[in-house]
Design a protein around this ligand. Sequence first.
Ligand SMILES: [Zn+2]
Length: 163
Amino acid sequence: MHCPYCRHGDTKVLDSRVAEDGGSIRRRRQCQGCEKRFSTVELMQLTVLKRSGATEPFTRDKAVAGVRKACKGRPVTEDQLACLGQEVEDALRTSGYAEVPAHEVGMAILAPLRQLDEVAYLRFASVYRQFESADDFEDEIAVLRTERRLRSTAEDMQPVSTG
Ligand SMILES: [Zn+2]
């Protein structure tokens, strides 16, 4: 790790602290060259287990790339995609997998994508949940409709007078 101020190669660790959620370690370091101080954060490497049995490091970019395709022509911004990537990474980190099956990455995308855009969600779900016919789309749309109705019913509910 180079010093961010002078690029010196040697740094001394002054202090190490485990984050509250136990998922990372923060280290306070001092450059041996210019003596300035800076912090580093050590995170567990999230690994994705592919169907072929090969593993690769999880990257938000890669997770978001598939979503971006599903969002083509939809009113979804790059900022929203970046937030979704963050949500997916957080969900996978708290899931407790040492190696996350690739399928689970797709599944972790479904819930936040449904909140973001229903059309993109249906496109993405049709691939990840292997929709085989129009019936599968109809079933999924029925679920979306029911949920939307439940939401609006809850919003419309008025306090009942007991007088
Ligand atoms: Zn330095």
